[in-house]
Write a protein that binds this ligand. Structure first.
Ligand code: SF4
Ligand code: SF4
Length: 210
């Protein structure tokens, strides 16, 4: 167990619903769910094998105190943010935001599934685009291709070489991005200051909720 996970488990003891309400974005909406199942029935991804628990199941499991099962679920990470559930929920539960909020909380306390591909993509994308304020496509692709090792990376790169050349030819990708010569925001310091402020406000908001 990570230190933060231990702290949270001790703080909330057997009240996992309260933990989610206070720690996950929009967590206070879980109790509004009336288990009609419309969200899960409307979800285009929950029929995939990797979706172990659909949204309404996750909300019920939170109320039932199934802490480990929820935090270690792949379910939240399968959400594609299509918003079908959000617009159809008769109780106006912001299902999409909840899915991401619970996933982020599980990640924050070190309980999300290891080697989860969406989680890896999210983190890689965030680290990449916040460095200069613009995505460096070459670095992003390289990191994703080589995440399973050198040989797997080379195989993927060779398989995708026609697409890469096409993008370069159409001027949609600049190979010089690999050495950092890429499009970037003019005011990188300003971007970083803005992100730091957003982080500070988010921490304050979480403190106020707790
Ligand atoms: S549609 Fe809304 S009320 Fe129905 S199960 Fe989903 S979250 Fe709950
Ligand atoms: S927003 Fe996510 S959870 Fe909701 S229907 Fe779309 S994929 Fe499913």
């Amino acid at each position: 167990m990570s230190d933060l996970n231990q702290q949270m488990a001790a703080k909330y003891q057997n009240n996992f619903l309260k933990e989610i309400e206070e720690q996950a974005e929009m967590g206070e909406w879980v109790k509004m769910c009336m288990q009609c199942g419309l969200c899960s029935g409307s979800c285009p991804t929950h029929f995939q094998d990797a979706w172990d628990h659909a949204p309404h199941e996750i909300f019920m499991m939170i109320r039932a105190g199934k802490r480990d099962e929820v935090l270690q679920s792949q379910g939240m990470w399968m959400c594609t943010s299509c918003y079908n559930c959000y617009v159809r929920c008769p109780r106006k539960v912001p299902v999409t935001h909840l899915m991401h909020g619970i996933a982020e909380y599980a990640y924050r306390i070190g309980q999300s599934p290891k080697a989860q591909t969406t989680q890896h993509l999210s983190k890689t994308f965030w680290d990449n685009c916040t460095e200069t304020g613009r995505v460096n496509e070459v670095k992003l692709t390289r990191t994703l291709y080589f995440k399973d090792g050198f040989t797997a990376g080379i195989k993927k790169a060779l398989a995708m070489q026609a697409a890469a050349f096409g993008l370069v030819k159409a001027r949609r990708m600049n190979p010089l991005e690999v050495i950092g010569i890429a499009h970037k925001c003019k005011d990188i310091k300003g971007i970083h200051a803005m992100l730091a402020k957003a982080k500070e406000l988010e921490a304050k908001h979480k403190e106020e909720k707790a």
